[in-house]
Design a protein. Structure first.
Length: 133
């Protein structure tokens, strides 16, 4: 297969976007690696930050309908993935936060699936510890 593209910075994904095969480095000191305020979006085969170069918030999804993450590695300081008001589907995705006691990974008012198992959580922490979701 083709090598993955490497970017230094952050992405703003608006509705109907797909991000595939990307390594996103935080060499410019952005707060959020990927931000979206609309959907649908699909992120596959992508690294958001790294263990040694994290975003404060790896992925921030606000009012994003139909967000899908498949084979994504997310590295955050305070928060790996933040989702408010939308839908999120995760498959083979690893989220790592080094200070999960601060915020962890959370969803608010989101209908979600994890490895094709549906669940709904409102105003609760979502896997606040590093590991595979």
């Amino acid at each position: 297969g083709a090598a993955r593209s490497t970017f230094n910075g952050a992405f703003l994904l608006l509705g109907n976007n797909q991000l595939d095969g990307v390594i996103l480095n935080n060499s410019r000191g952005f707060n959020e690696g990927i931000t979206s305020n609309a959907g649908p979006i699909v992120i596959t085969n992508t690294d958001v930050g790294s263990a040694s170069n994290r975003f404060n918030v790896g992925i921030s999804l606000n009012n994003t309908a139909e967000a899908t993450l498949n084979n994504v590695f997310v590295f955050g300081v305070a928060t790996g993935i933040s989702v408010t008001n939308g839908s999120l589907s995760l498959e083979s995705t690893q989220v790592n936060s080094i200070n999960p006691s601060i915020h962890g990974n959370y969803i608010n008012n989101v209908a979600s699936t994890s490895n094709n198992q549906p669940f709904i959580q409102k105003n609760k922490n979502f896997n606040p510890y590093p590991g595979v979701i």
